[in-house]
Design a protein around this ligand. Structure first.
Ligand code: AMP
Ligand code: MG
Length: 490
C-alpha cells in the first residue's frame, strides 16, 4: 500500500469544521473502483483485496494520517438563505498531491450525522451514489471540469426515504470543496478574520499566480467569474442541466459538484427542468446563465470587506467586474455554439444562425446530441448540402438556414484536418441518456445487478467515439422524456 496523505484544510482553525470519524457501516461491499483515477492520484492499493478496499472506502477503516472533518458552509438555496448547512453526510478524509502536482480532496459521502446534519440522517442511498459515479465520470470524459468518483461501496444498512432503500458510500475527489457558501458563512456570521483566512487559503491553493498582487481579492473575483462562466458554457455545449445551482453547490475551484438532480437533455427545449423540486424552472436549462449571475453576486458580497476598508469603493470595484458578466457570458457561449457548427473564424461567427438552428431543433423535437454530431460528420464528409434531407425531414425554412451555413463554410479559410481534430472534442456522439442511467440504477437497487452500470461506465469513457454500433445503442429514446424527474437524492 502506497499513499501519501496530507492535510491543509484541517490545519485551519476549528471553526472551519467539525472533527469526526465516519460511522461504521454493515457489510461493506466494493461495487466500483476507479483504478485509472487511483493511478492519477498516485494511490497504490494493489496489495489490498476488494474486501479490504471496501473497509477503507466505507470509512470502517481509516488510512494512517487521515483527519476526517465535516466542513462548515452556508448557502442560498432557491429563494432563501440557510445560515448553516455544512457537510451533513460527508467527511473530508485527506488531501493528496496527484501526478500533475495538483492537490485533491478525498471525501467520503456517508458519514453518519454530523453537527451540520440538521434533521437528516447523514446517509446516502446506493442509487444516488451510483448516479453520482456515472454522471461525474461521464462529465470528466466529456472534458468538463468536475469532481470525480473513486469508489462505490454498498452497505447492508437501510436508508429511509420515500421508501426503504439500500445504503451506499461514494468516495469523491475534487480539487477542493470550498464553496461560494463557505464564504457566505463567514461573512454573514461577521467573522471577517476567518473570511480573510479562507480567501487567502483559496487564492494560494487555486490562484497562486495572483497571491502577491496588490488587488488580489479583486483579481480573485475576476478569476472565479471567468472560470464559472467557462464551466456553465461547457455544460451548455453538451446540454447538461445541473438542476440545483444553489451557492453551496458552486466551488471556487470551478469544478461541477452535486450530482443529485442533474440530467442531460435529449430533445431540445431550452426551458427543460428535470428536478422534482424546481417547480418554477428557476434552474431550467436556459436559466443557468441567470442563476450563475445571481450566485456570483452572492459571492461578490463576501469579498466587499476584503477588497477595501471603504465599502463604497469595494462595491464600485466589484460592480465594474460584474457589470460585463452578460457580455462575457454571451461572447463565450456564442463562440462555443459557432464552433459546434464548424465556424471557427471570428469574422464569420453568426449568432443569429445559431439561434435559428436551435429554434429549428426546438420546433421539430430534434435530439441535440445527434443533431450536432450528424452535422459535424456531414461537414467532414463535405455533404452539408444534403445534411437535412439525409437526416431530417426537409422543410423550406431549414433549407435556407443550412444554405446560409454552407455559404459561410465556403468562405472560411480552412485547415480541414486541424478543425476536424478540434471537432472531435466538441460534439460528443454519446451522453449518459436518462433512461440508460435509470435502468442501471434500477438493476443495481432491485436485483443486485451491477453489470449494467459497469457497461454504461465503459461506454461513457469514449463519448466522442465513431463506433456506430455503440452510438446506435446510446441513441435518444424515440419518446420525449418530458416526465423524467430527478431528485436531490438525499
Ligand atoms: P445537497 O442537496 O446534497 O446539496 O444538500 C444540501 C445540504 O443538506 C448539505 O448541507 C448536505 O450536507 C445536507 N444533506 C443532504 N442530505 C443529507 C442527509 N441525508 N443527511 C445529512 N445531511 C444531508
Ligand atoms: Mg450540495
Amino acid at each position: 500500500m502506497k499513499i501519501n496523505l496530507e492535510n491543509t484544510y484541517s490545519q485551519l482553525a476549528d471553526n472551519f469544521y467539525q472533527k469526526r470519524n465516519p460511522d461504521q457501516v454493515k457489510n461493506p461491499k466494493l461495487i466500483k473502483y476507479n483504478s485509472e483515477l487511483t493511478e492519477e492520484l498516485n494511490i497504490n492499493l494493489d496489495n489490498l483485496s476488494d474486501k479490504q478496499k471496501a473497509e477503507y472506502f466505507s470509512g470502517n477503516k481509516l488510512f494512517p494520517n487521515s483527519q476526517p472533518i465535516a466542513q462548515v458552509y452556508a448557502g442560498h438555496q432557491f429563494w432563501h438563505y440557510s445560515p448553516r448547512l455544512g457537510d451533513g453526510r460527508a467527511l473530508l478524509l485527506w488531501e493528496i498531491i496527484d501526478n500533475n502536482n495538483l492537490r485533491k480532496d478525498i471525501v467520503l459521502k456517508w458519514s453518519g450525522e454530523t453537527m451540520y446534519s440538521r434533521w437528516w440522517d447523514g446517509k446516502a442511498t446506493l442509487g444516488s451514489v451510483i448516479r453520482e459515479y456515472v454522471m461525474s465520470e461521464a462529465m470528466y470524459n466529456l472534458g468538463i471540469p468536475t469532481s470525480r468518483s473513486l469508489a462505490v461501496v454498498s452497505t447492508w444498512d437501510v436508508v429511509f426515504r420515500e421508501n426503504i432503500q439500500p445504503g451506499g458510500v461514494l468516495t469523491r475527489v475534487a480539487s477542493s470543496h470550498i464553496r461560494f457558501g463557505t464564504f457566505e458563512y463567514f461573512l454573514r456570521s461577521w467573522d471577517i478574520e476567518s473570511l480573510k483566512i479562507l480567501a487567502d487559503y483559496s487564492i494560494s491553493r487555486h490562484y497562486s499566480e495572483i497571491e502577491k498582487s496588490e488587488n488580489k481579492y479583486e483579481l480573485f473575483f475576476q478569476r472565479v467569474l471567468e472560470k464559472q462562466i467557462d464551466l456553465v458554457v461547457n455544460w451548455m455545449r453538451v446540454w447538461f442541466i445541473h438542476g440545483v445551482m444553489n451557492t453551496d453547490n458552486m466551488l471556487i475551484c470551478w469544478e461541477t459538484i452535486d450530482y443529485g438532480p442533474c440530467a442531460f437533455m435529449d430533445h431540445y427545449n431550452k426551458n427543460t427542468v428535470f428536478s422534482s423540486i424546481d417547480q418554477n424552472g428557476r434552474y431550467s436549462f436556459m436559466n443557468q446563465k441567470y442563476s450563475l449571475a445571481r450566485n456570483l453576486a452572492r459571492f461578490w458580497e463576501t469579498l466587499i470587506p476584503l477588497i477595501s476598508d471603504n465599502t463604497e469603493k469595494s462595491i464600485k470595484i466589484i460592480e465594474k467586474n460584474l457589470e460585463n458578466f452578460r457580455d462575457q457570458f454571451d461572447e463565450k457561449y456564442f463562440k462555443m455554439m459557432n464552433n459546434k457548427i464548424w465556424i471557427f473564424q471570428e469574422e464569420y461567427f453568426d449568432n443569429k444562425l445559431v439561434e435559428d438552428i436551435l429554434e429549428y431543433l426546438e420546433k421539430n423535437n430534434i435530439d441535440y446530441t445527434d443533431f450536432f454530431r450528424n452535422l459535424s460528420k456531414s461537414v467532414w464528409e463535405q455533404k452539408i448540402n444534403n445534411f437535412i434531407t439525409n437526416y431530417y425531414n426537409n422543410t423550406l425554412e431549414a433549407e435556407n438556414t443550412f444554405k446560409k451555413l454552407e455559404n459561410i463554410l465556403q468562405k472560411q479559410s480552412w485547415n480541414f484536418d486541424e478543425i476536424w481534430e478540434m471537432m472531435q472534442k466538441i460534439n460528443p456522439s454519446i451522453i449518459p441518456r436518462n433512461y440508460k442511467v435509470k435502468n442501471a440504477i434500477i438493476a443495481a437497487e432491485q436485483n443486485n445487478d451491477f453489470t449494467q452500470m459497469e457497461k454504461l461506465c465503459d461506454i461513457l469513457k469514449n463519448p466522442y467515439t465513431d463506433n456506430q454500433e455503440i452510438i446506435k445503442n446510446m441513441k435518444a429514446p424515440s419518446f420525449i422524456d418530458k416526465n423524467y424527474q430527478t431528485f436531490c437524492g438525499t
